[in-house]
Design a protein around this ligand. Sequence first.
Ligand code: DOR
Ligand code: ZN
Length: 343
Amino acid sequence: MTALTITRPDDWHLHLRDGAMMRAVLPYSAQHFARAIIMPNLEPPVVTLAQATEYRDRIMAALPDGMKFTPLMTLYLTEKTDPDDVTAAHNSGLVKAVKLYPAGATTNSNSGVSKFDTIRPTLERMAEIGLPLCVHGEVTQNDVDIFDREAVFIERVLDPIRQKTKGLRVIMEHITTKDAVDYARAQDETLAATITTHHLVINRNHILAGGIKPHFYCLPVAKREEHRLALRTAATSGEPRFFLGTDSAPHTDANKLLPCGCAGCFTAPNTMPILAQIFEDDNALDKLEHFTSLNGPKFYGLPVNKEKMTLTKKPMQFPSHVNTDDGPITVFDPGYDLHWSVI
Ligand code: DOR
Ligand code: ZN
């Protein structure tokens, strides 16, 4: 096959940041993706409908002329979130999900949740009104090994929440383990899981063997090869519960290369060529559209995009860096040449 036309994709988990960085990275997402679920972990976080509306307006103001892109906003769930504000956010049509960060799990998660009982009224309300919960699924206890934090979260936090809150629609975000794939497959249609581009490419050796590679460090951290293979099988299966959430998470090189560097891989510029290659390698090009363009809108109850995207078999050159007024950002390098391009 030398050309593939699919429904224009969406990104169901994206960090756009704000200010100079947003202006630099937004065109890369808007170039390929019609819509994206926008993460609220700014500093300060996007907690209320009013803040989400202002952030949406800043995104639209930063969008270059002639580009079309719809940001699907999220609220950052805190122990003080007001269920009525969540209802108002849902009714506004701007906010498509609420994001749960366990406090301390990742970048700007300090305002997240420590006592999961405190968010029960909000979760009940979300189940009632049909607003989905996006979950960063890692426990944060120091006595739990970082490579086990996703599996332990499923058992100790996620499953109990779902048992208590029947009907709540939940997205397990950026899953990294076979445990998460198996859990997702065993649940009803109220549960879905997103998978990033980079977790389909790297395992933990890529980060740590032969020297430390800060640009491959993200959270949840990449796991053993057997987990990467389970993610590949899930993504390329076409099953409706699995869809793309890139978690493209730009940080300047200065912040990535610190003694305590930031977590995040910046994949917006080359995600679609990487995915086309992965699906081709796994003999699943016919399932790419399900993963990038069909399964996500179905879960969120949104229409599928009308526009199309064509990928052609020709070498794709991507920039090694994107420059911003805050400094350069390194683009995720899968470690091999890419031979699909978006036209
Ligand atoms: O690698 C990550 N980067 N994982 C997250 O959960 C947050 C993100 C960020 O905001 O930088
Ligand atoms: Zn993220």
